[in-house]
Design a protein around this ligand. Structure first.
Ligand code: TEU
Length: 565
């Protein structure tokens, strides 16, 4: 829905048109940590169903549910054993269907998560591959190779797993002898699929169809940049020890190869056979906005997360530069930018913004020194107003509406991210952003479930619980609700198709822009207050009074939305 009409403004649900994704605000449901209805410590489908009102009150348009398929959970469900069902720990396929239907009845679109780069080692295909000989069709669905050296005892090349350690695992052949190696860019329990194999391609088209036919409105594509590998398997020169967050570069042998695009053209053709068409959002870690826009050409994917925005420190110049580059690159292919600040893989942005800000890129993983959580929250409030005012779509990560920070001191014995094991206990991994949500100010897991959650929430989160925040006019939750309501009501906000934003010149420490009709957003990332352009203040991320005498000012680390003439 490029143009908002007055009907859209009063309608309780947003986009009904087939273009809804061009401006949707999507809420990421990390199912393991959202709400636990059966008291086993792990979130579940029933937990989501019991809290749908939270999402409608918040005012989002869609949800993205992280993998809910049967899985040994070696990587939080990104190790899928069966792509056509729901893990019993989360519920049943029927309950999944009910959730999709209930969400639709509330006007929410439902995005699922497809994991095409690898399966679980417990997937029937991988079991068959292990039981079959070298060179068999069963092995050809994965990337099996003979090792180097006379006995094949050395891995086929030097590639490393994203989670640490080598990216190859040697298998024992059915006759008991040491045999071939298989590729796993992630955990050993996540063997990479061979996308040169037509059977693999057809299987995933069929899996997409399975869920599309059950009402899924689209898919987030896991590791969208990773599916195709250079067959020659050349060694890589590693310059950065921190593999998490590694992106492709021209000529990289396993990230962002040109061959991936052909796969997405097939997916798009399938999605377009539905009415309304189904949609995709790519998780593609690539070098820059231009490379990302290749995934968004008209016959490929609809959207992709803008990780350049995530990597920007709290700095007006840098935020403006990255937003400008992303908007320009996306405009070339007619795709909306998808802004995002946090997800289940990276340090929550309250924590990132609460640190000393780097000169270069924002580190996305691991503890990085002292955190001023209050400052981080103040900046997170301002960052929200920035991303919601930019043209395009937005993904929110569960818990950011409560202002949750990363928990960097989880006890070692509770850590589950495979990074922790595979790095030889040097990298704690991503559990700190996956701590279960606090719904209530009391209880063994602050209302997440009836017992303890799979990761413990700090007692300080009682104050951040939904219960505490929902009626507090100054809370983060109230800011999210108000901002999302205004974003729906203001005709200037949303997709912005055909309505370019205009940057204001506010000096090095502030960024601001106008959008038609009659809207302006100003964000002060610096230490000193900056003057507000003329206009009526619609929303501010912090109180404006008391700063400046002659005219109102935007204080440090604050954003405002204005109605201008
Ligand atoms: O993440 C893909 C991925 O490449 C990330 O691990 C990435 O390297 C890092 O987070 C930032 O570069 C996806 C899922 O989001 C993640 O949870 C899974 O662990 C991973 O794929 C494997 O499926």
């Amino acid at each position: 829905m490029g143009d908002k009409t007055s009907a859209d403004v009063t309608s309780p649900t947003i986009p009904t048109g087939s273009q809804w994704w061009r401006e949707a605000v999507t809420y990421q449901l990390y199912i393991r940590s959202f709400a636990d209805a059966n008291g086993d410590g792990l979130g579940d489908v029933a937990g989501i169903r019991s809290h749908l009102e939270h999402l409608t009150t918040l005012g989002v348009d869609a949800v993205w549910i992280n993998p809910w398929y049967p899985s040994p959970q070696a990587d939080g469900g990104y190790d899928v054993a069966d792509y056509r069902s729901v893990d019993p720990a989360f519920g049943t396929l029927d309950e999944g269907q009910q959730l999709i239907d209930e969400a639709h009845a509330l006007g929410l679109k439902v995005m699922l998560d497809i994991v095409p780069n690898h399966t679980s080692d417990e997937h029937e295909w991988f079991r068959a591959a292990l039981a079959s000989p070298s060179g068999s069709p069963e092995r050809d669905r994965y990337v099996f190779r003979r090792g180097q050296g006379p006995d094949g005892a050395a891995p086929p090349n030097n590639w490393r797993s994203v989670f640490g350690g080598p990216a190859w695992q040697r298998v024992t052949e059915p006759d008991g002898t040491p045999g071939e190696w298989y590729l796993h860019l992630f955990d050993t329990r996540q063997p990479d699929l061979n996308w040169s194999n037509r059977e693999v391609r057809d299987e995933f088209l069929d899996v997409l169809r399975f869920w599309f036919d059950r009402g899924a409105d689209g898919f987030r594509i896991d590791v969208a940049h990773g599916l195709v590998k250079d067959d020659a398997l050349p060694d890589l020169v590693y310059t950065d020890e921190s593999l998490l967050g590694a992106t492709g570069f021209e000529g990289h042998p396993h990230w962002d190869l040109p061959g991936v695009h052909e796969i997405y053209r097939e997916w798009r053709a399938l999605a377009d056979t539905y009415d309304p068409p189904k949609i995709f959002v790519a998780e593609a870690w690539v070098t820059d906005a231009d490379r990302l826009s290749d995934y968004l050409r008209p016959d490929e994917l609809h959207t992709a997360f803008d990780f350049d925005f995530v990597r920007s420190p709290w700095n007006a110049d840098r935020l403006r530069a990255t937003a400008t580059a992303s908007l320009a690159a996306h405009a070339k292919v007619g795709a909306p930018v998808v802004w995002v600040l946090s997800n289940h893989d990276i340090t929550r942005h309250v924590t990132r913004f609460g640190r000393k800000q780097p000169e270069g890129e924002m580190p996305l993983f691991g503890a990085q020194g002292p955190v001023d959580v209050a400052l981080g929250r103040r900046r997170a409030r301002a960052a929200l107003l920035l991303e919601l005012a930019l043209p395009g779509g937005v993904y929110l990560y569960q818990g950011e509406e409560l202002g949750l920070e990363d928990i960097e001191d989880l006890p070692e014995e509770v850590l589950q991210d495979p990074t922790w094991q595979r790095s030889g206990h040097t990298e704690r991994g991503r559990d700190g952003c996956r701590v279960p949500l606090p719904w209530a100010a009391s209880g063994p897991s602050l209302g997440f479930g009836t017992g303890p959650g799979w990761l413990p929430a700090p007692s300080s989160w009682a104050e951040l619980s939904v219960e505490r925040q929902q009626d507090d006019p100054d809370s983060m939750l109230t800011l999210y609700r108000t901002a999302l309501r205004l974003r729906r009501e203001l005709p200037a906000l949303g997709s912005g198709d055909g309505q370019p934003l205009r940057w204001l010149d506010l000096g090095a420490d502030a960024l601001g822009f106008t959008r038609e009709p009659g809207f302006s957003c100003v964000i002060n990332t610096g230490p000193a207050a900056v003057p507000i352009p003329d206009g009526e203040v619609l929303l501010a991320s912090a109180p404006l009074d008391g700063v400046g005498v002659e005219r109102r000012m935007v204080p440090a680390d604050t954003a405002v939305w204005l109605r201008i003439s």
